[in-house]
Design a protein around this ligand. Structure first.
Ligand SMILES: N[C@@H](CCC(=O)N[C@@H](CS)C(=O)NCC(=O)O)C(=O)O
Ligand code: FES
Length: 154
C-alpha cells in the first residue's frame, strides 16, 4: 500500500536524522555556518512557526522549479500562513540549513520543528495522503478536503 510505504519512508528518514534533526557536534560544523547558519539559530527558526520552508527565492517568486513545487503543493492545500526563508539571500543560511538537517539540497520543509524533506518527499506525501494527515496534526485543515465531498464518501 503506497500510503503506508510513504509513511514508513518518511519515518525512516526522520529516524535516520534523529529527533530535532541535524548533526550538531561542536567543531564538526561546517566552517561556513556563521550566525544565521548556526544550529542554535536554525533550531529557533524551525520551531517558531508550524510550517517552515527554506527556498531558493520566495513564495511569490520562486527561483527554482524544486522550490516552486513546494510552494505550489502548500498552495494546493490552502496553506498560506507559513514562514519562508530565501537561502539565495544568505550563503550561511544556505549551508547552515543543510548541515542542520544533514540533507544536501534546497528546498527543505519543516513541520512542527521537524525536518520532513525536500520537494520529492513533499510531493510523495501530497500524493499518498500523508500531507493532509500531518497538517491535521498541526491543526491545519487542508483545503483539498473541502473539494472532495462530491466524489468521496469519507
Ligand atoms: N530532489 C530534490 C531536489 C532539490 C535539489 O536537487 N536542489 C538542488 C538544486 S536547486 C540544491 O539545492 N543543490 C544545492 C544548492 O544549490 O545549494 C528534492 O527532493 O528536494
Ligand atoms: S537552482 Fe538550478 S535546479 Fe534549482
Amino acid at each position: 500500500m503506497s500510503a503506508s510505504l510513504g509513511r514508513a519512508a518518511a519515518a525512516l528518514l526522520r529516524w535516520g536524522r534523529g529527533v530535532g534533526g541535524g548533526l550538531r557536534v561542536p567543531g564538526v560544523r561546517a566552517a561556513s555556518s556563521g550566525e544565521s547558519g548556526s544550529a542554535e539559530h536554525l533550531d529557533t527558526l524551525v520551531k517558531k512557526d508550524k510550517v517552515v520552508v527554506f527556498l531558493k527565492g520566495t513564495p511569490e517568486q520562486p527561483q527554482c522549479g524544486f522550490s516552486n513545487a513546494v510552494v505550489q503543493i502548500l498552495r494546493l492545500h490552502g496553506v498560506r500562513d507559513y514562514a519562508a526563508y530565501n537561502v539565495l539571500d544568505d550563503p550561511q543560511l544556505r549551508q547552515g540549513i543543510k548541515d542542520y538537517s544533514n540533507w544536501p539540497t534546497i528546498p527543505q520543509v519543516y513541520l512542527n520543528g521537524e525536518f520532513v524533506g525536500g520537494c520529492d518527499i513533499l510531493l510523495q506525501m501530497h500524493q499518498n495522503g500523508d500531507l493532509v494527515e500531518e497538517l491535521k496534526k498541526l491543526g491545519i485543515r487542508s483545503a483539498l478536503l473541502d473539494e472532495k465531498t462530491d466524489q468521496d464518501s469519507k
